[in-house]
Design a protein around this ligand. Structure first.
Ligand code: GCB
Length: 590
């Protein structure tokens, strides 16, 4: 596609995405917040039959009125949390649940108050004190509404209608290989900021530089004002001045010790105006691609990765707490990883922040996963919005090195155009990181696998999901499989693996027996193949732990679980874990 046409399409996606509701994300991690987590009362609305009375939590009045819903003495659900793992009767539920909670609030002068949701799966309508605040679609990104004008002094009533029905024009669409958890799955907060405040900032090293800090600060006042930027541990104090749009472009030289997996150094960064103060923790590193290498702080790096879903297998529920994040990331560290693929959607902010503290580089992606209708303009708008919301929340997290725009989509005109435009959209929003997309279409001729997906032209890092020995039979001895590429770019094997039931032992030759030995051998074979791929710069097995999936209907071994985990659903290590562990140990010595 010509450059001009691509740019127009990217801008169109960006502009039309912005017409979807919800305001830009206020960084609650660095703000004064009132947490609204806890037990919420719920009404399960199986047939979408509730009327307007529910949004006011109306009670019957007089002697003749009755209402066919009630939050009083109703079922309650823990927020954050999915409903499927909390109530046996909601395990498979896909539909509408109304959530209600009251909270006390005393409005303060000169403050703006936002109601912020870490994530709601999948779609929601939010009502405060009987009035609609807004709607949001997309189960994995954070969003917020300005609640200032609708908050009352004293008791407030918050009602959220959540719907997780799968639909053809959702993202992900009708079918996906993970559990369709519904609910308010991440924290809900009231975020208070001064009415004249810093609305957003982007502070990172300039692309390709180790000593130049570049970025911007935006003020919601949209007026000329002084802003001070400080990095005390590096002796930096900069007096900046906003333009008449409240915008400041930043560029200065600094001596900073770079963030890396070995030295995950974060600096306190302060932004101060007359009325506002923000204190964040930001790391500085450079990430680029040059001559087929991924360069972290100018040095070639090999990504020793692992993928995981935001799920705690042992609870058969969505991960949501700090200890959940610790457990997933702790396992990745134990395996010897320096990189994690947050599959297949943006995971919680606490996971992202914790990962970079622990020294893990990250790949973050939006849930554009197989079966997406790229020709539909509504889909482009939604995907564009998800991309924007993901970047908006995490653009200051140095641990994130790759934004991925899709997983396993089939080449074709509409798909190629849309994804190329989205790659450009990501670059417009964040010119510093690498852009990728996991694909699974290759040309194969006997023992030769050729990367020829035209989307590759628009990516920095190529990512191949290739299940050699499982979905794809070996065409030759693993060591004799030859990978070729039409593009001189680094490759990550972003998925490979096979299923095994923990504790099930036997033949290593027969896939249908689901043995640990078969999986172990498959890992050995794949590693053998990796050693012969000259442009390979990272691997990311699928997947850390067994996860729940309605795709998996094999009665004896699967029972609704995808068994490709290196860990079982109870967290036990399968034999393949040790193969991967040893491979990473060797690689980290190189
Ligand atoms: C894939 C998908 C992933 C699935 C996996 C599997 O290619 O990207 O979401 O879970 O294969 O197990 O089949």
């Amino acid at each position: 596609m010509q450059k001009r046409k691509l740019l127009i399409l990217a801008l169109l996606i960006l502009v039309s995405a912005r017409t979807l509701q919800a305001q830009p994300y206020t960084k609650s991690a660095v703000r004064d917040t009132l947490n609204l987590d806890g037990k919420w009362n719920v009404v399960v609305d199986w047939y979408d039959n509730a009327n307007q009375n529910i949004i006011r939590d109306k009670k019957p009045s007089g002697k003749n009125e009755f209402l066919e819903f009630s939050f009083d003495n109703s079922m309650s659900l823990q927020v954050p949390g999915d409903w499927n793992s909390q109530k046996p009767e909601l395990k498979y539920y896909e539909g509408i649940v109304w959530y209600k909670r009251n909270f006390n609030y005393s409005p303060k002068d000169n403050k703006l108050v936002f109601l912020q949701f870490g994530a709601v799966s999948y779609q929601c309508d939010v009502f405060l004190n009987g009035e609609k605040l807004g709607s949001h679609e997309g189960g994995f990104t954070s969003f917020q509404f300005d609640a200032t004008a609708k908050l009352k002094n004293g008791e407030n009533l918050l009602i959220v209608k959540v719907n997780n029905q799968r639909k053809e024009n959702n993202i992900p669409a009708l079918k996906f290989d993970w559990w369709n958890y519904g609910g308010i799955t991440r924290s809900v907060k009231l975020v208070q900021i001064p009415s004249a405040s810093i609305s957003d900032y982007f502070i990172q090293l300039k692309k390709g530089s180790l000593n130049q800090v570049a970025g911007w600060v935006k003020l919601n006042t949209k007026r000329k004002e002084d802003v001070f930027l400080e990095i005390p541990e590096a002796g930096i104090r900069k007096a900046l001045r906003a333009d008449s749009n409240g915008y400041i472009s930043i560029l200065f030289t600094a001596k900073l010790s770079p963030w890396s997996p070995e030295h995950p150094r974060l600096y306190k960064v302060l932004l101060r105006t007359k009325e506002d103060l923000i204190q964040d923790e930001i790391g500085f590193r450079s990430i680029e691609v040059k001559d087929g290498e991924i360069l972290l702080n100018k040095k070639p790096v090999f990504l020793r990765g692992i993928s995981f879903h935001e799920e705690i297998a042992a609870c058969a529920g969505r991960a949501y707490s700090e200890s959940d994040a610790k457990s997933l990331l702790g396992s990745a560290k134990e395996l010897g990883c320096n990189f994690v693929r947050l599959a297949h959607y943006p995971q919680s902010e606490q996971t992202v922040r914790m990962a970079e503290k622990m020294g893990l580089m990250m790949w973050e992606e939006i849930p554009v996963w197989q079966g997406i209708q790229f020709g539909n303009p509504e889909i482009r708008q939604k995907a564009g919005k998800m991309l924007e919301e993901m970047i908006e929340r995490d653009k200051n997290r140095c641990g994130i090195i790759i934004w991925s725009i899709s997983n396993e989509t089939s080449p074709g005109k509409e798909r190629n155009e849309t994804l190329a435009a989205m790659a450009l959209e990501a670059r417009i929003l964040d010119p510093t990181r690498l852009i990728s997309s996991a694909f699974d279409h290759f040309k194969q001729n006997k023992n030769e696998i050729l990367i020829d997906d035209p989307l590759s032209e628009h990516l920095d890092v190529l990512a191949a999901n290739k299940y050699m020995g499982w979905y794809h039979p070996w065409p030759a001895e693993p060591g004799n499989v030859i990978w070729k590429s039409n593009f001189k770019k680094p490759l990550i094997i972003s998925e490979f693996g096979s299923e095994a039931l923990y504790g099930n032992h036997g033949s290593k030759d027969t896939a249908s027996l689901w043995t640990e030995e078969h999986q172990e051998q498959l890992y050995r074979d794949n590693i053998n193949m990796f050693k012969g791929i000259p442009f390979l710069r990272g691997v990311c097995p699928w997947i850390l732990a067994d996860f729940r999936s309605p795709f998996r209907m094999q009665a004896e071994y699967q029972e609704g679980w995808n068994r490709k985990g290196l860990l079982s659903d109870k967290g036990f290590k399968k034999k393949a874990w040790y193969v991967m562990y040893n491979y990473y140990k060797e690689l980290s010595k190189e």
